[in-house]
Design a protein around this ligand. Structure first.
Ligand SMILES: [Zn+2]
Length: 570
């Protein structure tokens, strides 16, 4: 139902307000209502602007009066004012969608349009600034002209130090959403800092960097012939008929990019790559830039954690997984369909490079721990994983957990692990850290001892693995896994922060009602205290060997009786 049929009283009130405005004189000359099946209700009105008149149209939105009407010139496309959207469209008035109230009327909008046009007519005679509410947002510019130059801050610095014209290297991305130009080297051969490393791998296009002479006007002509003439006059360079990408540099160092294509030459819209201001807490940035994280299991959970850590500034990873990315994995994995058929480790490494602006070090281990693999390879993997600052077990595989728990305890590396419960019921995140908690095995044993008092557990990892070894696929939404992945990522960052207030060693998150969760978002903390649970090996090096056994072992291995003055023999 149309708004006027729903609220006929509103039409009467609008009519009264319009009549009052006409009666006041000098603003609204004449008006008439229009009702058509296609356009609905409109008002055709004439504004009195001193000696002349201006026809305008008021259009009402479907949900009037809850939303704001629009006033535009008649005929359409007439440039009336400095305050028009798209230059010649709807007038930008004091009242707009951001401050509209249902008590305003179409007569108020017409009065506002009249004030704008009268003030502009006066300003044309004597300078008078009309305050503008019409901010040209970057979004509006790109929507109208989706050809952009992505500018790292380093570009301006580089251009300021350049004294000559030359070539520069760019990466051009042409897609449905537009045309993006990424400068890579300015001039050619000098890479710009701050450009995402993933872009550098692509084959660059060469553009031309042209310094303009001191008399060059701000705006080059937009027609092709005029533009080419402008370039020739102010740079001495003749452009040909072929496509060229130009970067014009004015004497003050300001620069704009121009693709030389078509009959109308329009500057690329400048999009800053950085916009000042940190986006990460300083403390997080300090931690993430210094740690190396080892992630075992690059399924849905592990891939999300890896990407989130990279977004938080982690640049050094060891990634271990022996599986191939399959189509159905994309339901919850951070990877994309075009990566199906590659090792999950390699798919994850590619994702990390995409989200990081700097180089990312990824050591790929393409075999799962605790699987039937070559013992020497297994040893090598443990050696590599033993050199990280935080270990993450995202496999929910008890055998992998045991292997990593042993490695963590022996090397004194914090181990953080998580699992998602079947059916999206929720999940758990556990952590064991030297000097803060008992060792991983003790934390797990402590947790399981407490869980014995609970109702029978759902089908879950403590009992069986998922997404490894060809088990039944996990049934859960991407949101369920993301929720647990976010908790796991937070726990990893906390484990890397020596000054953090650590959470309970095991935390269970409920996402649905069931098992121990009375309703969604129930959380349960499980404390495992060192006094209750600490094994003889908790975070300890093996005991010093028995000297006599060592002496005899040496004799067997070397085939010699040890010297009487062997320093080991005391
Ligand atoms: Zn222990």
């Amino acid at each position: 139902m149309s708004w006027w049929a729903r609220e006929p009283g509103r039409v009467l009130a609008e009519e009264d307000a319009l009549r009052a405005l006409v009666a006041r004189g000098g603003v609204l000359g004449a008006y008439r209502w229009e009702l058509t099946p296609e356009a609905g209700v409109r008002i055709q009105a004439t504004l009195a602007l001193g000696p002349r008149e201006q026809a305008v149209e008021v259009r009402f939105p479907a949900h009037y009066p809850r939303e704001c009407p629009a006033v535009l010139p008649v005929p359409y496309g007439t440039r009336l004012s400095e305050h028009q959207f798209r230059g010649d469209g709807v007038l930008c008035l004091e009242i707009g969608p951001d401050n509209w109230l249902p008590r305003y009327t179409a007569a108020d909008m017409l009065g506002s349009a009249w004030r704008l046009l009268v003030h502009e007519a006066i300003a044309a005679v004597e300078p008078w600034e009309i305050p503008s509410r019409h901010v040209t947002h970057l979004g509006e510019l790109v929507r109208q002209h989706p050809l952009v130059l992505v500018r790292p801050t380093s570009l301006a610095e580089r251009l300021a130090s350049l004294s000559e014209s030359g070539e520069f290297a760019v990466h051009i991305i042409v897609s449905e959403s537009g045309f993006q130009v990424w400068p890579l080297e300015v001039p050619s051969g000098s890479p710009l800092p701050g450009v995402p490393s993933a872009l550098r791998a692509d084959k660059p296009t060469t553009g031309r960097l042209l310094r303009l002479g001191p008399d060059a006007p701000r705006e080059p002509p937009r027609d092709r012939a005029g533009f080419i003439e402008f370039v020739a006059t102010h740079t001495g360079r003749r452009c040909g008929d072929k496509f060229e990408l130009l970067l014009l540099v004015w004497p003050d160092g300001s620069a704009r990019g121009y693709p030389l294509a078509g009959e109308t030459i329009t500057a690329l819209v400048d999009v800053p790559l950085e916009d000042g201001g940190p986006r990460l807490p300083t403390r997080t940035a300090a931690i993430t830039s210094s740690i190396r994280v080892g992630i075992v299991g690059l399924g849905s959970l592990g891939s999300k954690v890896a990407v989130s850590l990279a977004r938080s500034g982690v640049r050094r990873f060891v990634l271990a997984d022996g599986d191939v990315l399959l189509g159905p994995n994309v339901t919850r994995h951070a990877a994309r369909y075009e990566q199906v058929g590659t090792m999950k480790v390699h798919a994850a490494a590619a994702l990390l490079r995409e989200v990081a602006c700097e180089e990312v070090e990824c050591i790929p281990l393409t075999s799962m721990l605790a699987s039937a693999t070559n013992p020497e390879l297994h040893e090598l993997f443990l050696e590599v994983l033993g050199k990280v600052d935080v270990l993450v077990d995202a496999t929910a595989d008890p055998d992998v957990f045991n292997t990593l728990a042993d490695l963590a305890s022996r090397t004194q590396i914090p181990l953080v692990w998580a699992e998602v419960f079947e059916g999206g019921l929720g999940g758990l995140v556990g952590a064991a850290q030297p000097r803060r908690t008992p060792c991983p095995q003790c934390v797990r044993a402590g947790f399981l001892a407490q869980a014995q008092a609970w109702p029978p557990a759902p089908r879950s990892s403590s009992l069986r693995p998922y997404e490894s070894g060809g088990d039944i696929p996990l049934v859960a939404t991407d949101a369920d896994v993301s929720f647990i992945a976010a908790a796991l990522t937070t726990r990893v960052l906390e484990a890397g922060d020596a000054a953090a207030d650590p959470a309970a060693p095991v935390v269970l998150f409920g996402l649905r009602r069931g098992w121990i969760f009375e309703r969604a978002f129930d959380t349960m903390r499980v404390e495992v205290l060192a006094d209750d649970w600490s094994c003889p090996w908790c975070w300890r090096e093996p005991e010093a060997p028995d000297p006599e056994a060592l002496r005899r072992a040496t004799a067997i291995l070397t085939g010699k009786e040890p010297d009487a003055d062997d320093p080991d023999r005391t």
